[in-house]
Design a protein around this ligand. Sequence first.
Ligand code: NAD
Ligand code: DAU
Length: 370
Amino acid sequence: MEFDRTIIITGGAGFIGSHVVRLFVNKYPEYKIINLDKLTYAGNLANLKDVEGKPNYQFVKADICYYETVKEIISTNNVTGIIHLAAESHVDRSIVDPFTFARTNVMGTLSLLQAAREFWEPQGWAGCRFYHISTDEVYGALELTKPEGDPGAKECGGGPFGDDFFTESTKYQPHSPYSAAKASSDHFVRAYHDTYGMPTLVTNCSNNYGPFQFPEKLIPLFINNIRHRRPLPVYGKGENVRDWLYVVDHARAIDLIFHEGKIGETYNIGGFNEWKNIDLIKVLIKTTDRLLGRPEGSDDDLITFVTDRKGHDMRYAIDSTKLKEELGWEPSLQFEEGIEKTVKWYLENQDWLDNVTSGDYMKYYEQMYK
Ligand code: NAD
Ligand code: DAU
């Protein structure tokens, strides 16, 4: 079958990557989409069951750190676009094992850049794009200047917990090994643009939530624990603030920026949706209780305050005005609607959660790809 172009999406078996793969495979039958993924503990092909038989989809099990392998995949498939999501993504793991984060996030990104450069540069970069997906955590942390929260602040152009936001020109100040490794990879991508003229794009997004997120992250972990009436380990006093975006809206932004973003630019992605952890957790408990037919809030007693995360960033808040003004992107879902859909999805997909938490899916893939 002839395709107009071939694109690699790295990390396509992970949480956000699987939504990006699904969107591209369905929306662009004229593109061949290669999902290049190592299938670490976070990669799960069950996330993509609905697209696995499509003629324009191919899965390739590979490690982005193996430069020769990646180069071979790019050249034999005449790849002209790379959307790079593969990474180690969990802050708590990075505190315990920083080396793995440096290997994948820094060296893996460098290996991908160099492999693409060696194939694309001799062709004058014609029609090529390297799009690197990054995080708001590279900007460091904002202060909690309004600890009680001010719901009216938005009307005055501020955030409910502080008036400042991360913009595209905020200086990098990563604190965790995860964000330090992501920051380093962002710098390498920009260096390839500035030094070799590689056509690159970088986006920095806020916290994502939605279906298929590995249940070590706050939202799926807590929904699962509420269902099973297990303790909910809230770090510190639960006062940290995160800015939440529904994952499908992130995937929509990636599609738009890949096709219409200005080469060499950075765009922030976020929904102006800040929540203090403890308030978000109470919404999760209420929603989960209601959907399970329990009295709303009856599981509040599961909340257990535990020792804080080391170096825990206090507040993230993304200003995505540039993306709205230049490319017209806005989130499509209100938070209440997104949370309702998300809780429902995890409750209706308990098999997916059980597989992931039992590690059974890893045994299956080890057999399949050994
Ligand atoms: P995830 O942990 O769910 O998925 C990561 C995927 O990368 C997995 O499928 C894994 O198998 C794959 N992978 C890991 N190491 C690899 C390697 N060496 N070679 C090939 N594949 C490898 O991550 P996610 O939450 O979907 O995040 C995806 C990207 O988006 C990451 O780059 C992350 O930094 C960024 N991001 C995430 C969020 C968020 O809230 N989750 C927000 C902003 C940015
Ligand atoms: O901001 C974008 C980032 O969001 C991404 O780059 C990361 O890949 C992604 O993991 C996420 O990082 P966070 O550390 O913000 O997400 P996490 O779900 O781990 O935690 C959200 C908040 O909840 C954070 O303040 C820590 C707190 N927390 C988390 C867990 C897992 C708890 O209080 N208890 C927990 O058990």
